[in-house]
Design a protein around this ligand. Structure first.
Ligand SMILES: [Zn+2]
Length: 160
């Protein structure tokens, strides 16, 4: 069982920037084209199989148990930040729930879903800020990286 493999679990945690209980915990590893984290959970010597899984699915099962996600359900991000690994920001739900929430929130000014860089551009900007910031400047660097995607602030919804 991969979730019981201490080395794999430690490697997962090494890619998560843990912050306060209410804040987003940013994934610092690879990203999919939907800005979700990718995590190599399977490592088989001599095989070419990469064994990557979505990082938030690995983390969800790690936090809630290996059988915690019923078939047909997806892990939703209540914060709308796909790379986020804070278990408090995850909710199991249907794809329909997910799409409905996204549709209602993407017009909100300054919202993650309204980022002009798109989800991947936003996630990469946060990762670059994390990599470049001194520890004492981390919160400000992340906040600036997030804000940069919504340059017109309250007037953002005029684009839609
Ligand atoms: Zn979050």
């Amino acid at each position: 069982m991969l979730l019981a493999d201490g080395e794999t679990v430690a490697r997962y945690h090494a890619h998560v920037l843990r912050r306060g209980p209410d804040e987003c915990w940013w994934w610092t590893g690879g990203l999919t084209d939907t800005a979700h984290g990718t995590f190599r959970a399977v490592s088989l010597p001599g095989r070419t199989r990469r064994g990557t899984v979505p990082a938030h699915l690995f983390g969800y099962r790690l936090a809630n148990g290996p059988d915690s996600l019923p078939p047909g359900l997806v892990v939703r991000h209540t914060c709308d930040e796909p790379p986020c690994q804070n278990p408090a920001h995850w909710l199991a739900g249907t794809r329909g729930d997910n799409n409905r929430d996204a549709a209602s929130r993407r017009r909100l000014a300054g919202h993650a879903l309204a980022d002009v860089r798109g989800a991947v551009g936003r996630a990469r900007a946060v990762q670059a800020a994390i990599a470049a910031a001194r520890p004492e400047d981390l919160d400000a660097a992340i906040a600036a990286a997030l804000a940069a995607g919504n340059p017109s602030g309250a007037h953002q919804d005029a684009l839609f």
